[in-house]
Ligand binder design. Structure first.
Ligand code: PMP
Length: 429
């Protein structure tokens, strides 16, 4: 069996990264499975970093998309009106917004996560006339300059090559609260109140309710509620970046539903298109939607193929059966991870996250990366998260079968054992 990676090594930029963690050439994917060119099967516990919440090539979406293309449906339309867009807007309003009593204008920025974040930062600055934005430790919001300026990771920030300005970082929930209280928010408020703090009242605060890239840190609902309260008090716009945690990943469509907050601006991308096709939306409270026509634009805002699949994907949310199945499976994931850290104290593990966004953080140098590597060798694709890759992160499709979940658990446990054995050997030598 060979993995012919020559063309990639020869021609593709050194910036390539996942190809290094998963060094094979993939050819086919269905549901929670992927196959490489040698016919080796993999269980996908990565799901395109949250872009494939409904799995690969979901049959209903695929059928609708193929039919649409065969009927010469519009592919590219900038932000012109199309039937595909109308169907998506209607469905999103009927299935997602109205039942949740949410009133938002829907903006289509460019198709990626960083595009929606940039548009959110811009509109918050425009409506408040303020320049600064408060972001939080270990937050991740994308790779363009505005998004990088509110991203915590030092290596990624350095890549900007210019000073990242007009942003202030504050501690995320439990980053610095040693007593596990809410002192980080007392600290934040003090900075806003005190004229000598050096922090100006910002246009916005931006955060993920569960930090996907920064180590699967889940904010407590009480913490989120207090952030919302602080924002209201100072008329700061609250931006929830639900690019990774949204679209069911934490168990509800939006990640903040259980916290009972109503953000001013919401960023969605990744799985909003349903099929893995690029699409992003920015939800803006109507009173804040004061863009001039064309003031923010982009060639690829109307990805009609993604509108078609997105509209189909919303059928999953028409009743509560999908939510219930996510919840049941999430409990299995939590139970498995808890038993894993109990059975393997060498991990010094801590279970992180919630819903289908969980993982284990290990302070043992390189151990989580080794677990992911061992898992890949055994046919399971899983990535690491956190500034030191200290978390191995379980990110299966929300549609995964119970039997596949169990199979994945088995592979992960074997990988943990192998990684611990390798670590013990390393220390002994
Ligand atoms: N926000 C969050 C929370 C993300 O996880 C990501 C991507 N990992 C982004 C924004 C950026 O999305 P994209 O890579 O599509 O630009």
């Amino acid at each position: 069996m060979t993995n012919n990676l020559n063309i990639f090594n020869e021609l593709e930029s050194s910036v390539r990264s996942y190809i290094r963690s998963f060094p094979t050439v993939f050819t086919k994917a269905k549901g929670s499975k992927m196959w490489d060119e040698n016919g080796k099967e993999y269980l996908d516990f990565f799901s395109g970093a949250g872009a494939l919440n409904y799995g690969h090539n979901e049959p209903k979406m695929k059928e609708k998309l193929v039919e649409y293309i065969m009927n010469d449906g519009i592919t590219h339309s900038l932000d012109k009106a199309t039937t595909a867009k109308a169907e998506f807007l209607n469905k999103f309003n009927d299935v997602i917004l109205k039942p949740r009593n949410l009133d938002y204008k829907i903006m289509f920025p460019g198709p990626t996560g960083t595009n929606t974040v940039e548009s959110a930062l811009k509109i918050a600055r425009k409506v408040t006339g303020r320049t600064d934005v408060i972001s939080f430790t270990n937050g991740f919001h994308g790779m363009t300059i505005g998004s990088l300026s509110v991203t915590g990771n030092a290596m990624k920030r350095k890549g900007a090559g210019v000073p990242l300005t007009n942003s202030v970082t504050m501690p995320f929930d439990r980053f610095a609260d040693e007593k596990d209280d809410f002192s980080s928010l007392d600290y934040l408020e003090r900075f806003l109140e005190e004229g000598g703090s050096g922090v100006d009242i910002p246009a916005a605060m931006i955060l993920e309710t569960v930090q996907g890239e920064g180590g699967i840190n889940a904010a407590r609902f009480e913490w989120l509620k207090r952030v919302e309260k602080i924002c209201k008090k100072w008329d700061i716009k609250l931006i929830i970046d639900d690019v990774q945690a949204g679209v069911g990943r934490t168990g509800t469509f939006f990640s903040f539903e259980k916290a009972g907050i109503k953000p001013d601006i919401i960023c969605l991308s990744k799985s909003i298109g349903g099929f893995g096709l690029p699409l992003a939306i920015t939800l803006i409270k109507p009173e804040l939607d004061n863009w001039l026509p064309g003031e923010h634009n982009g060639t690829f805002r109307g990805n009609n193929h993604a509108f078609v699949t997105a509209a189909v994907s919303l059928e999953y949310w028409e009743d509560d059966s999908f939510e219930k199945s996510i919840e049941q499976k999430s409990e299995k994931i939590t139970d498995f991870l808890k038993s894993l850290i109990n059975k393997h104290p060498e991990l010094k593990g801590e279970v992180k996250g919630r819903g289908f966004m969980q993982g284990i953080s290990s302070p043992v140098d390189g151990l989580s990366e080794k677990v992911a590597e061992e898992a890949f060798n055994r046919g399971l694709i899983m990535e690491t998260s956190g500034s030191d890759d200290q978390v191995f992160k379980l990110f299966p499709a929300l549609t995964i079968e119970d039997s596949e979940l169990e199979k994945g658990f088995k592979i992960i446990e074997e990988s943990v054992k192998a990684a611990i054995a390798a670590q013990t050997e390393l220390v002994a030598n």
